[in-house]
Design a protein around this ligand. Structure first.
Ligand SMILES: O=C(O)c1ccccc1NCC(=O)[C@H](O)[C@H](O)COP(=O)(O)O
Length: 211
């Protein structure tokens, strides 16, 4: 059974709903995005996570920004920018958070950099942002899952990018992903999660067979 992260939540009721439906992680975006939350909003959202684990998503944060987010009590920091292995290690020791690094995948070569991040705790394999995009993630674009054929993950990992309730079972079967992450695929209006889609995604992922 694959684990599920619902990313880009902004509304406490939706956070509670996703957690009740069985989301393992709920993600909050602290970067420019239609899904961005403030520190004050995140403090309120954290009250609704139930049994789900909250993940703070940041893009090239400064020390002060990362420390302010970590101080809210997030156990996991997902880095979605151009953070180097050294910066990821630095942010880990600075915040005390587990670090997940997002890796943009377009070709098999992109997987090579993963070995240069020995200090991180997890990986999120996501599609690269479309040409000209100024936002680092949440574009609803998938990469070619066959790139992962024969790849052995050195860390716990999640598959992301363009997943939907309709394709998540196929994605898990094709890649063997132990976890999946979704943002746009559970929205009907950009930036607003939809209960029916959140429920359908979690059910489809949890019911799926890993190869
Ligand atoms: O979701 C955002 O708005 C976002 C903004 C800036 C950096 C990262 C962002 N999201 C990162 C995620 O973990 C998304 O869930 C991931 O990119 C997959 O998104 P989608 O293809 O929309 O499901």
């Amino acid at each position: 059974m694959a684990k599920v992260k619902i990313c880009g939540l902004k509304d406490p009721d939706m956070v509670a709903f996703a957690a009740r439906e069985g989301a393992d992680w709920v993600g909050f975006v602290f970067a420019p995005s239609v899904r961005q939350v403030t520190l004050a909003a995140a403090e309120t959202l954290l009250l609704s996570v139930g049994k789900a684990t909250p993940v703070a998503l940041m893009v090239d944060p400064s020390d002060a920004e990362a420390q302010a987010v970590a101080a809210l009590g997030f156990p996991i920091l997902q880095l979605h920018g151009q953070e180097t292995p050294a910066r990821a290690a630095e942010l880990k020791s600075l915040t005390g958070c587990a670090i997940w690094k997002a890796i943009g995948v377009q070709t098999r070569d992109n997987l090579g950099q993963i070995g240069t991040f020995p200090d991180i705790d997890g990986l999120l394999l996501d599609a690269k942002p479309p040409e000209g995009a100024t936002i680092a993630g949440g574009h609803g674009a998938a990469f070619d899952w066959s790139i992962l054929k024969g790849w052995t993950a050195p860390k716990p990992w999640l598959l992301a990018g363009g997943l939907t309730p309709e394709n998540v079972a196929e994605a898990i079967a094709a890649t063997g992903a132990p976890g999946v992450d979704v943002s746009s695929g559970v929205e009907r209006i950009r930036g607003l999660k939809d209960r029916e889609l959140v429920r359908a995604f979690i059910r489809a992922a949890k019911a799926s067979e890993q190869p």
